[in-house]
Ligand binder design. Structure first.
Ligand code: ADP
Ligand code: ZN
Length: 522
């Protein structure tokens, strides 16, 4: 058998292995099972491609990225590796050719879509060839909690039952220990060695700003720092994707939309243009991005709050694969919290599922509201310790002040308490703030809220400051929202504040936002 390092040099033209590649590759070549957690851009592909070349037989690679199989196979053939793929895009003749190559032992790698395994035909085909390795790419797709869940991935454990002697390697860029355990359990990888790389992406600068006028904020960010640079803007809904793409174009920024509601041709064209042309901005839902290998994505902007830190990490991870300075920018506001809580409340699935979604959201909110280094907090979520603040996130570059918000919290919570007693009517954040500020709006007068004792007691803060207070109380679990209109409600912990048994420290938004990536120390 050829040595792994020789293959790296001869076939792929690289001098050295990166990080733990060599350990992983040797372990798998020697027939061991492996679970590989490595950040995007870390070099996962070689971890199965080199064993595929070295080990006798064909490596069967399961990948959900049908749109990219052709590219991956072309790239391998380019360097002389015998690779093929089977998915729904192949016509009959091409499929027959690939099948014959596999059965004849002419392939080092065979890429398969997970749904292919559900077919008896594919299983009979696999029986007829000689399999040297199973590689399961994007293994987090087996996790039912994640937004990339693919039911077909649940069938993958049967590969091991049918071919118990063939080693398996599962790879993912998703890293929480919960997902990690779930992958191992669901794929039956009990004896596998775990290879966990550092998840830090030091060249990505993390910034999270309060959402005021999101379009203008986005435009300032793009014009001020990323003129003519490629990047991705994530939005929650298809509708806002369309609108933001139009808005950017109208303002002279070349932008393309991408979401699952567009027809396949438009999606493919836009994706292709983004990959091949310079300086395009892709405005997309999370449907865009898995497996996209564009090295010079200079920024990832979120106009809506991601549902979890896993999602945030995965999406921001698409920036800066080339190692050059890049920015992850997120604008988030009170409305995001209201909207996401509502989506959780109305989501399908049982109470445990909703609780799980709620915990993911809470962790994301805590990251948004932290006064500590974002990177330290992000990595801590993945069980990794950075050791010291990073000097390349907004809280490190412009440390936010914290202030004692206990009295403000008491005013706000007592307003919520008074409104809660009005049984038939539900009021959201806007009404609370109007009452605190002492504004006699029609709605305030109509409900006699100007007669409440709390009317006008909050005039020392501005509207935006009250919004920040509410956001942070939500993030700290001292307040909650319910129902269609985002009605504010008290939580069990609220009474500790109302009863003066708890102080509340809040984050003050920096007056001037961190505004240049160049300010980062390198
Ligand atoms: P991942 O799948 O983990 O996101 P890839 O396998 O696509 O990452 O690798 C990211 C990039 O790094 C690719 O362009 C790949 O060719 C390159 N790469 C991987 N390993 C090495 C190495 N040992 N030396 C140099 N470049 C590498
Ligand atoms: Zn930092």
């Amino acid at each position: 058998m050829e040595n792994a390092l020789d293959v790296l040099r001869r076939v792929f033209g690289y001098d050295e292995f990166r990080g733990s590649q060599q350990d992983i590759i040797e372990h798998v070549i020697n027939g061991g099972d492996a679970l590989v957690l490595m950040p995007t851009g870390g070099g996962k592909s070689l971890c199965y491609q080199i064993p595929a070349i070295v080990r006798p037989g064909t490596a069967v690679v399961i990948s959900p990225l049908i749109a990219l199989m052709q590219n991956q196979v072309d790239a391998l053939r380019e360097v002389g590796v015998k690779a093929g793929f089977i998915n729904s895009t192949l016509d009959y003749d091409m499929r027959r050719t690939v099948e014959a190559q596999f059965v004849g032992g002419e392939l080092d790698l065979l890429y398969l879509a997970p749904e292919a395994l559900a077919s008896q035909g594919t299983m009979r085909l696999l029986e007829r060839g000689r399999i040297g390795l199973f590689a399961i790419d994007e293994a987090h797709c087996v996790s039912q909690w994640g937004h990339d869940f693919r039911p077909d991935y649940l069938n993958l454990s049967m590969l091991h039952e049918r071919w118990p002697d063939v080693p398996r390697i599962a790879l993912t860029a998703t890293a929480t220990s919960a997902t990690h355990k779930e992958i191992a359990t669901r794929l039956g990888l009990d004896g596998a060695r775990h290879f966990v790389s550092s998840f830090d992406r030091p060249n990505i600068q993390y910034r999270i700003v309060g959402k005021q006028e999101p379009r203008r904020q986005l435009l300032d960010f793009l014009r001020g720092e990323h003129r003519n640079e490629a990047g991705i803007v994530y939005c929650l809904s298809r509708n806002s994707v369309e609108k933001i793409a139009e808005f950017l174009k109208a303002n002279g920024i070349p932008a393309l939309p991408y979401h699952a509601g567009l027809d396949a041709r438009t999606r493919a064209t836009n994706q292709d243009r983004f990959l091949k042309e310079d300086g395009l901005v892709m405005v997309a839902t999370i449907a865009f991005g898995m497996g996209i290998d564009k090295p010079d994505v200079r920024f990832v902007a979120h106009l809506d709050l991601p549902k979890s830190i896993e999602g945030y990490y995965q999406e921001t991870g698409r920036a800066g694969r080339d190692g050059e300075p890049s920015v992850a920018w997120l604008a988030y506001g009170l409305q995001d919290v209201v909207q996401q809580r509502k989506m959780i409340e109305t989501s399908e699935g049982d109470a445990a599922h909703r609780r799980n979604l709620g915990q993911h959201l809470d962790a994301m909110l805590a990251l948004c509201e932290t006064v500590q280094c974002r990177r330290v907090q992000l990595l801590a979520y993945f069980g990794q310790d950075l050791g010291k603040p990073c000097d390349n996130c907004d809280t490190c570059l412009a440390p936010p002040e914290s202030w004692d918000g206990t009295v403000a919290a008491q005013k706000l919570l007592s307003t919520v308490y008074r409104l809660e007693r009005e049984r038939n009517q539900k009021f959201g954040a806007g009404q609370c703030i109007d009452i605190l500020l002492g504004k006699k709006t029609d709605k305030v007068v109509q409900w006699h809220h100007d007669e409440l004792s709390v009317f006008g007691v909050g005039a020392d803060l501005r509207d935006t400051e009250w919004r920040a207070v509410i956001r942070q109380l939500l993030a700290q679990g001292l307040l909650s929202v319910e129902g269609d209109y985002g009605t504010l409600v008290l939580t069990d912990a609220s009474s500790e504040v109302l009863g003066r048994r708890r102080t509340v420290m809040l984050r003050r938004e920096p007056d001037r936002p961190v505004s240049t990536a160049k300010a980062a120390k390198t």
